[in-house]
Design a protein around this ligand. Sequence first.
Ligand code: FES
Length: 66
Amino acid sequence: MIVCSCNVLSDHDVRATMHSEGGPARNPGEVHRCLGCSRKCGRCMHTIKNIMNEALCGAAERRAGS
Ligand code: FES
């Protein structure tokens, strides 16, 4: 699913930045930087933040369950 129409970034792209070699992206601005682009209109920032939060909560639940 495309979450940033200005830069054509998908939810998969966002999740991938949380496992990047240079260290995980910690906020939507870092997601854009990791993917070689920058924020333009800003409409995607809330959605990117939600995807990041869901990924972090999922990782924490998996750790707690193991
Ligand atoms: S939709 Fe992401 S910067 Fe515009």
